[in-house]
Design a protein around this ligand. Structure first.
Ligand SMILES: NC(=O)c1ccc[n+]([C@@H]2O[C@H](COP(=O)([O-])OP(=O)(O)OC[C@H]3O[C@@H](n4cnc5c(N)ncnc54)[C@H](O)[C@@H]3O)[C@@H](O)[C@H]2O)c1
Length: 276
């Protein structure tokens, strides 16, 4: 592919799940940042979220900037909602090129104390949803020559996380990576690329709500870069994977984590003691 001029997603139609606004400024949600960035780069974006108000806030930002987007209200754990979501993208915009599976929830619990129904909820929202959205989006992508799916995993899908255990979250995020690899293989000949992003200690609205300043500082220091990550850092990785620049990239899990996965805990020990 020759170097492209113009916007990186011109002509593309994208669905972003969990696109609703959960924050503002630098500290927006990952789905929100991804939707805004994709629209800036020329994509027509279907803003999918179960929360209509939050999705409309993201829509307002995109419209103010002159971008093209619309809201779809639905639950990614519902087969019929996922079918309607995929159809809505094609009905409104004529094709479907990109699916960003961003919805994710978490909550405490180890295998010895997690409630079974909570385990099922987390697995349904985080992992089963990827199957349901992909089931309905892939055939539509194939009709127009292929597409790109980007699934939001987590560094917790690759290494145990810090703080209180959330084993359902870890299982779901690890499952997303395994599922993505298999999907990358089995839809490769259809020119459907499937990749994962594993965000690290991003300061998203959800994280900011649940963390003290001390915890946020520790999260920042734990990465070799020592700087705080935002949802925009993740959105830029999604932009690359969604675009034709990544036409030969499939089956990859890309950490966006300030280098955290490259370090052992002892490698970071001196840096964790740093006083600012
Ligand atoms: N924030 C982090 O540090 C971090 C780190 C690693 C991975 N991630 C992953 O990134 C993704 C986004 O995280 P975030 O913190 O920006 O999320 P967020 O909480 O800001 O946004 C999630 C959105 O999903 C929507 N949603 C929730 N359940 C839904 C459902 N069943 N159907 C449709 N919509 C639903 C919510 O309304 C909300 O708008 C998640 O998959 C998360 O696991 C985040």
């Amino acid at each position: 592919m020759q170097e492209q001029h113009g916007r990186r997603l011109d002509g593309k139609v994208a669905i972003v799940t969990g696109a609703g606004a959960t924050g503002s400024g630098d500290f927006v949600g990952i789905g929100q940042a991804t939707s805004i960035l994709f629209a800036r780069q020329g994509a027509k974006v279907l803003l999918s979220d179960r929360d209509q108000h939050n999705a409309e806030v993201t829509l307002a930002t995109i419209k103010e900037e002159g971008g093209e987007a619309s809201v779809f209200v639905g639950d990614v754990t519902s087969n019929s909602d996922c079918e309607a979501m995929a159809k809505a993208a094609v009905e409104r915009y004529g094709r479907l090129d990109v699916l960003i599976n961003n919805v994710g929830i978490t909550g405490p619990g180890s295998v010895t104390d997690v409630a079974e129904d909570f385990w099922d909820t987390v697995l349904d929202v985080n992992l089963k949803s990827v199957m349901l959205t992909s089931k309905h989006c892939i055939p539509l992508m194939i009709e127009t020559g292929g597409g790109s799916i980007v699934n939001l995993s987590s560094i917790v899908g690759l290494r145990a996380g810090s703080g209180k255990p959330s084993h359902a979250y870890a299982a779901s995020k690890g499952g997303i990576i395994g599922l993505s690899n298999s999907m990358a293989v089995h839809y490769g000949r259809d020119n459907v690329r499937v990749n994962c992003i594993a965000p690290g200690h991003v300061r998203s609205p959800m994280v900011a709500r649940q963390s003290t300043e001390e915890m946020l500082e520790l999260r920042r220091k734990a990465g070799p870069l020592g700087t705080e990550g935002t949802s925009w850092d993740v959105a830029f990785a999604a932009l690359f994977l969604a675009s034709d620049e990544a036409r030969w990239v499939s089956g990859v899990t890309l950490p966006v984590d300030a280098g955290l996965l490259a370090a052992t805990p002892l490698a970071m020990y001196p840096y964790l003691q740093e006083k600012d």
